[in-house]
Design a protein around this ligand. Structure first.
Ligand code: GTP
Ligand code: K
Ligand code: MG
Length: 366
């Protein structure tokens, strides 16, 4: 029996099993088993390139955004409208058959936008090019789930299931759980909050399911058992996601209003170019990019060519952005802007200083 069939059997058994106190642990075990099979399913199967890479597209620029959606929702139209790259668009499904990268230039950043083939239900299990598509999604810094505003809302849930199946968690933080495996000493479970979605026994059952008999677990958040399994497996990707409803030229104002107000959602029309600027703004915001301008002694900062960094970046990252060897000759830096505690005056800082958006930085070397 192949993995997909085995998974199907477990899913069927889970569906058959009534959910109550008595079956909770059995269901927990089944869930753990299912998650293990899913992981196996995603193991690379030999020749087709790098592990889980899917399509062979080089990452470039400051961040990568992946366009995920059913066929013909307008993904390629969006790429063609927001970048200099043209991707074939047509009224028929599966027009796009491979990954097509374009570059969005925004706020001094170069953001790689990946147009991808449309995916269908069962993509994660290998239907169509779905598995490749969802693998590429895992390499992105932001996912755009593109939806056809004229079609049923069911689309969104189906896409979420596909991404979930490959370990992508959308708009979620990594659960606050510390898990440490040991070679002896049994299982210790500590909790700092009251668990309302699961309990210690369920956690122990799952650990048994993974044949883990010695470990320390510290739970610092009211997690579900699924979230605990995520921590255990460890290879989950927690990514921001924007739900973009396209083709609003073809829906009523009431419907438009409703969609625009959903969480993490916005509405656009690629065809009419409606709201595309707002989309770019939201992409920037959700990527959490920070731009820093550099300044040489005695001259004005170069405002045309910022260095783009991730939120949480330090002066050390700025140095790397300028030159590879700068860090080894580093003496101190002066920073102007939001991160200077003497703003509007500069602050003298070291390599570990956190920079903020729009800071100006001067590096002084030995
Ligand atoms: N009404 C309307 N149609 C649009 C809009 N954007 C795209 N379309 C149309 O939708 C159809 C599909 O567009 P594509 O860009 O090829 O869609 P896709 O998601 O890339 O499709 P696949 O590559 O097949 O997965 C084309 O006929 C487009 O002209 C829009 O904003 N409004
Ligand atoms: K199409
Ligand atoms: Mg396309």
């Amino acid at each position: 029996m192949g993995i997909v069939e085995k998974m199907k059997e477990i899913e069927e058994e889970m569906a058959r099993t009534q959910k109550n106190k008595a079956t909770e642990y059995h269901l927990g075990l089944l869930k753990a088993k299912l998650a293990r099979y899913r992981a196996q399913l995603l193991e690379p199967t030999g020749k087709s390139g790098k592990a889980g890479e899917g399509f062979d597209v080089q990452k470039s620029g400051d961040a990568r955004v992946a366009l995920i959606g059913f066929p013909s929702v307008g993904k390629s139209t969006l790429l063609s409208k927001t970048t200099k790259t043209a991707s074939e668009t047509a009224a028929y499904e599966f027009t796009t058959l491979t990954a097509i990268p374009g570059v969005i230039e925004y706020g001094g950043a170069r953001i790689q936008l990946l147009d991808l083939p449309g995916i269908v239900e069962g993509a994660a299990q290998g239907r169509g090019r779905g598995r490749q598509v969802v693998s590429v999604a895992k390499t992105a810094d932001l996912i755009i789930i593109m939806l056809d505003a004229t079609k049923s809302q069911e689309q969104r849930r189906l896409l979420e299931i596909e991404l979930d199946a490959v370990g992508i968690r959308l708009n979620k933080k990594k659960p606050d759980v510390v898990f440490k495996q040991k070679s002896a000493g049994g299982i210790t479970i500590n909790t700092t909050v009251k668990l309302t979605h699961t309990d210690e026994k369920a956690v122990r059952t799952v650990l048994a399911g993974y044949k883990i008999h010695n470990c320390d677990v510290m739970i610092r958040e009211d997690i579900t058992i699924d979230e605990f399994i995520d921590v255990l497996l460890g290879n989950r990707k927690y990514l921001p996601c924007l739900y973009v409803f396209n083709k609003i030229d073809s829906i009523s104002m009431e419907e438009l209003d409703r969609l625009a107000n959903l969480d993490h959602s916005l509405v656009i029309s690629c065809e009419l170019g409606l709201n595309l600027d707002y989309l770019l703004e939201k992409i920037w915001e959700n990527l959490g990019l920070v731009k820093v301008y550099t300044k040489k002694r005695g001259v004005h900062p170069d405002l045309t060519d910022p260095i783009c960094l991730r939120k949480g970046a330090t002066i050390e990252h700025v140095c790397h952005g300028i030159h590879r060897t700068l860090v080894s000759n580093f003496r101190y830096a002066l920073v102007w802007g939001k991160s200077s505690k003497f703003a509007p005056h500069p602050q003298k800082v070291g390599l570990t200083h956190l920079v903020q958006d729009d800071d100006v930085v001067s590096i002084f070397t030995k």
